[in-house]
Ligand binder design. Sequence first.
Ligand SMILES: *[C@@H]1O[C@H](CO)[C@@H](O)[C@H](O)[C@H]1NC(C)=O
Ligand SMILES: *[C@@H]1O[C@H](CO)[C@@H](O)[C@H](O)[C@H]1NC(C)=O
Ligand SMILES: *[C@@H]1O[C@H](CO)[C@@H](O)[C@H](O)[C@H]1NC(C)=O
Ligand SMILES: *[C@@H]1O[C@H](CO)[C@@H](O)[C@H](O)[C@H]1NC(C)=O
Ligand SMILES: *[C@@H]1O[C@H](CO)[C@@H](O)[C@H](O)[C@H]1NC(C)=O
Ligand SMILES: *[C@@H]1O[C@H](CO)[C@@H](O)[C@H](O)[C@H]1NC(C)=O
Length: 293
Amino acid sequence: MSLTPVILFMALFVNPLEGTWKYNFIKEKTSVVEVCNRTTVEIVEFECNISTDEDVYWELHGGITKGRKLKVEGIGNADGGNYTCHLMNGDIVDYRVILLRNVCIPRNQEESDLDIQCEAKNCSGQFNCFWAAPKMKITKYFAEADRSGSPINCNAPVSNSSHIVVSCQDLETCAYGEEDSNIDFTVHEIYQNNYEKHSTSFMLRDITKPDPPQELHSLDGSLKWKYPNTWCNFHSFFPLIFNVHVKSKGWSEHHNDIKSTKLKLSKKGKFSFCVQARDMFYNSSWSDWTCSK
Ligand SMILES: *[C@@H]1O[C@H](CO)[C@@H](O)[C@H](O)[C@H]1NC(C)=O
Ligand SMILES: *[C@@H]1O[C@H](CO)[C@@H](O)[C@H](O)[C@H]1NC(C)=O
Ligand SMILES: *[C@@H]1O[C@H](CO)[C@@H](O)[C@H](O)[C@H]1NC(C)=O
Ligand SMILES: *[C@@H]1O[C@H](CO)[C@@H](O)[C@H](O)[C@H]1NC(C)=O
Ligand SMILES: *[C@@H]1O[C@H](CO)[C@@H](O)[C@H](O)[C@H]1NC(C)=O
Ligand SMILES: *[C@@H]1O[C@H](CO)[C@@H](O)[C@H](O)[C@H]1NC(C)=O
């Protein structure tokens, strides 16, 4: 059986807003080699980027190969890493990184499927994608997004205590009505010398989840609240609907799909109530609930 080497040279989108060093080092000097159970025979060739009259050698983990050209055969776990090209005096003049991607079984069943979730708080084209922070702190992530091949600006991933978060800005879509193709969001994951790719695809209108309404007031059976201040400013173009849950001692009632920001109850008195909001014209997510004091 003859195996065809599968060598993927990654072309990552370089984010003009965030600086390019992280992305550049992957793009310029890194190859991802697809291996099957770490035993596939693959061949990768490098050439040290230095004039032909210099004598050089390549080194990985102390193993040395003389000459400008390096041919790595039989890619297995030990062959991934940072290959450095040295002058005979030891100075490093070039390097190439090989990452391995196991295409037969996931590197680790638990971590193989990143559960990427994406949310937009309004119609501005800004959205966040996030996933659970890795158990191993050394895992690195690079994210990119595009719509039908046109790149969308995304910031470098940042981590809070529980998640890795990437915020992106789609400049093309002013209103969801014009959205006619999916956004593809891809995460490149590097763990030691292993590479994995994860992606998800969505329309902004499907991931819209408003912040909860605000400034809830209740007086004499009249309930009032306001749009969340992160929702689109033009409320008449981008209206929300609300669900309201009213409760008092031993009694409660529920009102669905209310189109205004007030509700008159048939009872008088002081009530506590909770409200959630959703895009009026599209069946996207309801906001979290918020309650009056
Ligand atoms: C890879 O390894 C898994 C588990 O050991 C095995 O089930 C699978 O058949 C292997 N795949 C190939 C193509 O060898
Ligand atoms: C090789 O080195 C030259 C000069 O330093 C540089 O301009 C060029 O981009 C390098 N090429 C690669 C593939 O690294
Ligand atoms: C590989 O080694 C070179 C030279 O030491 C270094 O500049 C580069 O950052 C290393 N890259 C990685 C991914 O470790
Ligand atoms: C971390 O970010 C995620 C996604 O935005 C969010 O759901 C979570 O509440 C954040 N956690 C903290 C501690 O800020
Ligand atoms: C839209 O939501 C983003 C957060 O995703 C927020 O930063 C921005 O201010 C919001 N836009 C408006 C008009 O409030
Ligand atoms: C709206 O979305 C919810 C949750 O995804 C679903 O259960 C419901 O059937 C949808 N309603 C319509 C009218 O599409």
